[in-house]
Design a protein around this ligand. Structure first.
Ligand code: HEM
Length: 135
């Protein structure tokens, strides 16, 4: 996991516009995806996009709008209603990797964001065997 200083520097590197491009590129792929398309609320994707964007802006060193709108992130708790096994996690990561490329972010930002996002995705697995948690 990249260190906290590196993580908090991302907002300064890509700005809110960078997060908007990234999350826009991610959600554009969701409706047609055979795995994730069924998990996300079809009529609420615009707001789902805003929630993820605000969270990432907050977590990567920008405005804390997410906290004011949504309260403490509690990511594991908020994902409990969605069955996330290793296959679902891998698909989320694949779409996010595509989005990281499509958003044309600086390589230095991708190098920090990619492992961070992969790790949180693994941490959110809540069904079946969990990679990092098996002995
Ligand atoms: C592991 C695969 C993942 C799946 C299948 C998944 C799925 C979902 C779904 C279906 C929602 C509800 C959409 C909405 O109405 O907001 C959601 C919300 C959210 N997800 Fe994920 N997610 C995954 C990974 C992640 C990761 C890695 C992050 C953070 C880096 C994340 C951050 C969020 C946030 C911030 C919300 C909105 C929470 C709220 O304020 O209600 N998710 N996710």
């Amino acid at each position: 996991m990249p260190d906290e200083t590196a993580i908090s520097s991302i907002h300064g590197l890509i700005g809110e516009a960078g997060f908007a491009r990234l999350v826009g590129a991610f959600y554009r792929q969701v409706p047609a995806d055979d795995i994730l398309g069924r998990l996300y609320p079809p009529d609420d994707l615009v707001e789902a996009e805003q929630r993820l964007r605000d969270f990432l802006i907050f977590r990567f060193g920008g405005s804390d709008r997410y906290l004011h709108r949504r309260g403490h992130p509690q990511l594991r708790g908020r994902h409990v209603p969605f069955a996330i096994d290793a296959r679902v996690r891998d698909r989320w990561v694949l779409l996010m990797d595509h989005a990281l490329q499509e958003a044309e972010l600086p390589g230095a930002a991708i190098a920090i964001m990619q492992p961070f996002l992969h790790e949180i995705a693994t941490f959110l697995i809540n069904r079946g065997p969990s990679p990092g948690l098996v002995n």
